[in-house]
Design a protein around this ligand. Structure first.
Ligand code: F0G
Length: 421
């Protein structure tokens, strides 16, 4: 039977009980499924003939009424083999799982398709989240699709323009908080505990993670039923790393893959409580008071799912690393210029972290590595323009254009050499 359970004391709760932490000890909740039941369903199902997408894996996802699914065609993102970047680094099998290819341009859509479907199943009318940008864009879109009221709290002046535009145009009620993401999250949690008619869809809600775990299933299927040796991804509030780890474990439990990858979490230097805990060998994080980074998506000082993230990294014998803003921007440019993958700064931190770990000799060149790029580059056009060469400008006539492009000289040189022959 599907139920919710506390990750610390194991207390069980009904699958439909609306709560965001354990009533006994206050810790995080997770969804527990019966894997024999899933196995039996899979044997009778045609799931392997369904195109790659979140709902290809409907038998793994704890939603009862499939007629109620709220979808915009999420998942099924590319797993791109990156030989040029791989060669540059000296890594032999480098892939990028590009989550910017989702409907609202980030991996959040995997969680929101399930989260909003659960909201509809529970007959909720209003959904809410705190966000550094992408969660708000995604929730606003799925709420619109489902006909739900949507409220989003974002840190004022600290979210990328593309994301703000999305949340606004999808019709969400956008509230800018004069504070940071951590404060906004506390406020939406308190509000939804006080006003039960408001359903919270941050990743503290375990149903969100049930959608996000599909990222792991897809990677395995794209690698012909093989888990990679390592998955590298940016960590902010730490929901995604926890969800992906759960997905890999489930595929293995069900006998669909044989091994588990090393989970490798990357945080920005100014917002890295999880990396610090991993490096110090600590079982607790020390929240960062005023987190700061150019990668606003992961500008988070008190990640709510820190305990799940520490378990994922340690349980997989993975590691964690910090990257500077300069390293993030350099990685963003490299992904775009060498592989045609335009990702937002937070997303590029995965590749920046991999580069750093590889250069310091912590990663073997023969590993099969998947870097997850979590959001599309157009989310943050300001940064993209800032880090790129300025465009040229010429009069609208051929001679100026040829001169600018260096063609006139070339043509003259060719003519001269022909005459001399
Ligand atoms: N990358 C991007 C592009 C993100 O937007 C986020 C989180 C992360 C990575 C980190 O994922 O929180 O699961 O560890 N963005 C959230 C938001 C916090 O509100 O959009 P995480």
């Amino acid at each position: 039977m599907i139920h919710q359970a506390c990750i610390s004391c194991g207390e069980k709760y009904n699958a439909d009980e609306i709560l965001y932490s354990c009533k006994r000890c206050g810790d995080l909740l997770e969804i527990k499924c019966d894997y024999d039941i899933i196995k039996a369903k899979l044997e009778k199902s045609d799931w392997q003939s369904i195109p790659l997408s979140v709902w290809r894996y409907k038998d793994f996802i704890p939603i009862r009424d499939h007629l109620k699914i709220v979808s915009l065609n999420e998942g099924g993102t590319g797993l791109h083999l990156c030989p040029r970047l791989g060669n540059l680094l000296g890594v032999r099998h480098l892939y990028v799982k590009n989550e910017g290819e989702n409907p609202t341009g980030s991996f959040k859509d995997r969680g929101m398709t399930v989260g909003t479907t659960k909201a509809v199943e529970l007959n909720m009318k209003t959904v809410i989240c705190a966000s550094t940008g992408n969660t708000s864009a995604s929730l606003a879109a799925y709420a619109a699709r489902a006909g739900l009221q949507c409220i989003v709290l974002v840190p004022s002046g600290k979210i990328a323009y593309g994301k703000l535009a999305q949340a606004m145009v999808y019709g969400g009620k956008v509230v800018q908080i004069r504070g940071d993401f951590d404060q906004a999250l506390k406020m939406v949690l308190e509000l939804s505990e006080k006003h039960k008619e408001v359903y919270l869809l941050n990743s503290i809600n375990p149903y969100r993670l049930e959608g996000q775990k599909s990222l792991a299933y897809e990677i395995c299927d794209q690698l012909n039923r093989e888990a990679p040796d390592r998955v590298v991804l940016p960590v902010g509030n730490a929901g995604n790393i926890s969800a992906i780890w759960k997905g890999f474990n489930e595929f293995r439990k069900l006998g669909l893959t044989a091994k588990l990858p090393k989970m490798t979490g990357i945080q920005a230097e100014g917002a890295a409580p999880i990396v610090k805990a991993i490096k110090n060998g600590s079982n607790e994080i020390v929240p960062i008071d005023q987190p700061e980074t150019i990668a606003t998506a992961i500008r988070i000082g008190a990640p709510v799912s820190w305990k799940k993230a520490l378990r994922a990294i340690r349980g997989s014998k993975g590691t964690a690393e910090t990257v500077t803003d300069e390293e993030i921007l350099e990685a963003q440019k490299m992904l775009a210029k060498y592989e045609g993958l335009f990702v937002e700064p937070a997303s590029a931190s995965s590749f920046a972290g991999l580069k750093k770990l590889f250069e310091s000799g912590k990663i073997d060149k023969d590993e099969v590595i998947v870097c997850v790029t979590t959001g599309h580059g157009l989310k943050d056009p300001d940064i993209a323009i800032k880090i790129s060469e300025e465009p040229f400008e010429v009069e609208a006539e051929m001679e100026s254009l040829e001169k600018l492009l260096g063609f006139s000289k070339l043509i003259t040189a060719t003519l001269v050499s022909r005459c001399l022959r």
